[in-house]
Write a protein that binds this ligand. Structure first.
Ligand SMILES: *Cc1c(COP(=O)(O)O)cnc(C)c1O
Length: 570
């Protein structure tokens, strides 16, 4: 496979180009907002480990997503991130230009060398319009992730999709077999590929585009998909729209980026079995397969677990399947590794938030994007009952984190509500909301709590990945049966479900909440807390099974292999 010569990247040998609006390579490179970006980073990490010649493309957000602080009443305060791209990336001499609203916009290119476990290096490219030749507005296009209005978003998508393909050509990536659109934001790349194949004299350029594209959808919610009104899109994209394709690009006067990706790709998938099923209902007529998400095992395993795995399962990082052998590791050592990870979290929380949490109290973790469907406040539906549970069961502490998108006002209300409830359950239950959830905080949290909670409204959690990060660290999952958890849940063995089985969900929204709340409280009180405090050996078995059953499967090594077999080398 492609290798590096004198630290030079062999662009010409790249086989797959992986496009995503956000890529999370490290907490210090704030070019991601949440699950989608972290997944892309994990996917690229695994590809580098496996020496799959894959080049990643995204935008360089000089002001990041945003930095979150919280005031005493739980109001979210947003500030720009400050970072210096030159500390992590190298500016290449390559430049291309795209057209936005009939103006040329120049794009410069930054390179990150992503090294895998064997020393193999794959390139990740960050596109940047902040060059003096561009107007002020155009220089701003790549500054903020998910900022601005529809015009700003579409300008970004022109840079990513059309600009990205031009950058690949400039870099000499002449053997790309598959262009993988990870979510709809990059779907304009099909327009540029069409022009390219047409210019090459290809008899059926549409067919050629189709053969070269892979599309992954990440949301089951129609309103979360980027859609642009036709005349606006035509003004923005202009002559970069091939005339022959207009009727395929615009349906009912709308450019829907998900539909565009689906229409022009030979392989389509959702990110969990349930999500693919929902996607097929939303987009009848497309054959949408399923490749369930994963996480990068060695990136997300906390230090104490890495040491434990290194000792008992040498080579596990390159071969996460071997993690199933955790079943042979003595329970006491798993418990000790967990206590070490928990101590690190508790120490940080106590130091930075003036808390007095302790190591022996059962600790529940909930960290996600603060948005209505995730129901972050479900746990506080009945604060008095929660207090009683804590009192009857020897104690409970809760750690929250998560940002709300600056325009998500319902999400911001959720944070306020959680913080108001903290005071209602004090002092019996200690609760803290940690500010500025990012990959670094996520690492600490997923390994440091005793149980990882998730309460989405079905079927809106396309997959979810933080529960997989918890699993590799022996932290069982307690969640509504949606997304990946439908596939990873074995009651009492890998964690616990909340609410009914997927095929028995009530029709009425109000009933759904009531069923979920009742089940959540009663399981906490009668199953989970007694399990933790009174049957520690049984609890440790659940921890061990979380690692062996789910850690060994829900990882990006397996995921990359499925993409290779089903999508990339077809
Ligand atoms: C893993 C991760 C997510 C995604 O978690 P979900 O389970 O999809 O909610 C979001 N943000 C950060 C910082 C993460 O590390």
């Amino acid at each position: 496979m492609a290798d590096t010569v004198n630290n030079q990247i062999n662009f010409v040998d790249m086989h797959v180009a992986y496009f995503c609006m956000e890529i999370g390579l490290a907490a210090e490179i704030p070019t991601y907002a949440g699950g989608l970006g972290v997944l892309s980073g994990d996917m690229l990490r695994s590809s580098a480990d496996m020496e799959l010649p894959m080049i990643g493309l995204t935008l360089l957000y000089k002001k990041g997503y945003f930095k979150q602080t919280l005031d005493g009443s739980g109001n979210q305060i947003e500030a720009e991130m400050v970072w210096n791209p030159a500390d992590y990336l190298e500016l290449l001499p390559t430049r291309v230009s795209v057209t936005v609203e009939s103006r040329p916009v120049i794009i410069q290119v930054w390179l990150h060398r992503l090294m895998g476990v064997t020393g193999h290096i794959n390139p990740v490219i960050f596109l940047d319009t902040d060059v003096p030749e561009n107007s002020i507005w155009d220089r701003d296009i790549t500054q903020i992730l998910y900022g601005g209005d529809a015009k700003y978003r579409l300008a970004q998508e022109i840079v990513l999709g059309i600009g990205g393909v031009r950058v690949l050509q400039e870099l000499g990536c002449g053997k790309i077999q598959k262009y993988h659109m990870n979510e709809g934001h990059s779907a304009l790349l099909v327009l540029e590929l069409f022009r390219y194949f047409a210019a090459q004299g290809h008899g059926n350029p549409s067919r050629a585009v189709h053969n070269h594209c892979v599309f992954t959808t990440h949301t089951p919610v129609a309103s979360s998909m980027d859609q642009f009104e036709q005349s606006f899109a035509e003004t923005m994209i202009g002559r970069q729209i091939p005339a022959q394709l207009r009727s395929e690009i615009f349906v009912d006067g709308v450019l829907n980026m998900t539909r565009l990706g689906l229409e022009f790709s030979a392989f389509l998938n959702g990110v969990a079995k349930k999500h693919s099923e929902i996607s097929r209902q939303m987009f009848p007529g497309y054959r949408i397969e399923s490749i369930t998400n994963g996480i990068h095992s060695s990136f997300w395993a906390a230090e104490p677990f890495k040491k434990l795995f290194d000792h008992y399962l040498p080579g596990w990082a390159a071969d996460p399947y071997s993690i199933r052998y955790v079943l042979s590791i003595p329970g006491q050592e798993i418990w000790e590794a967990h206590q070490e990870a928990k101590a690190a979290l508790i120490a940080q929380v106590n130091k930075e938030y003036g808390q007095e949490m302790d190591l022996d109290t059962f600790t529940l973790g909930f960290a996600r994007r603060a948005t209505a469907y995730k129901r972050g406040d479900l746990l506080f539906s009945d604060p008095q009952r929660l207090k009683r549970i804590a009192k009857n069961c020897r104690g409970l502490q809760i750690i929250y984190a998560g940002k709300a998108h600056p325009q998500d006002f319902a999400g911001k209300e959720l944070i306020k509500k959680i913080i108001e409830n903290m005071h209602l359950v004090a002092p019996e239950i200690k609760v803290v909301y940690l500010a500025d959830y990012d990959m670094k905080l996520a690492s600490l949290l997923v390994a440091g709590v005793d149980l990882w909670l998730n309460t989405p409204v079905r079927p809106q959690e396309a997959s979810g990945t933080s529960g997989m990060k918890a699993a590799i660290n022996g932290v069982p999952h307690f969640s509504v049966l949606d997304g990946w958890w439908i596939e990873g849940h074995i009651e009492n063995v890998t964690g616990w479900s909340i609410g009914p089985m997927p095929d028995k969900v009530s029709e009425r929204a109000a009933d759904i909440d009531v069923e979920d709340i009742e089940d959540m409280y009663s399981k906490l009180e009668y199953v989970i807390l007694p399990h933790f405090y009174e049957q520690r050996d049984e609890w440790i078995k659940t921890m061990r099974h979380s690692i062996a059953v789910n850690g060994s499967f829900f990882n990006t090594h397996r995921m990359v292999q499925q993409y290779v077999l089903n999508a990339y080398f077809q």
